[in-house]
Design a protein around this ligand. Structure first.
Ligand code: SF4
Length: 116
């Protein structure tokens, strides 16, 4: 049996969670203070995802902060960053504007700052 120790990042309590696996199968999840922690731990072990936050270039040389509208697979982070490096936007841009629609399947790239 394999044990994976995680710290839940779903709320500031940061519960220490232990996931026990038999091969690929999750046998138990312990230490979580609420159901959100169990869901987080199961996803983290099977297919970890993160919201990607970064910047893209504005055509006048400034930078615009952006994030994915939903978490993406951690394993796709490098591919996503290469794609983002090719993005150049034109001002003005407002927080929440979609910078790249369907950046990944079902996920947009959205602005998290304003550029006038
Ligand atoms: S398991 Fe629940 S209580 Fe514990 S850190 Fe995660 S969200 Fe918070």
């Amino acid at each position: 049996m394999k044990k994976v120790n995680l710290t839940c990042v779903e709320c500031p309590l940061g519960c220490d969670i232990t996931v026990c696996l038999e091969g690929e199968e999750i046998i138990s999840v312990a230490g979580n203070g609420c159901p959100r922690g169990e869901k987080y731990a199961r996803n983290e072990v099977v297919c970890p995802k993160r919201v990607l936050t970064t910047t893209v270039r504005v055509s006048d040389g400034r930078m615009l902060s952006v994030k994915t509208s939903e978490p993406i697979l951690k394993s796709q982070t490098m591919v996503a960053m290469k794609k983002i490096n090719d993005v150049i936007v034109n001002a003005p841009i407002k927080i929440g504007d979609v910078i790249v629609k369907e950046f990944c399947v079902g996920v947009d790239l959205v602005a998290t700052s304003n550029v006038e």
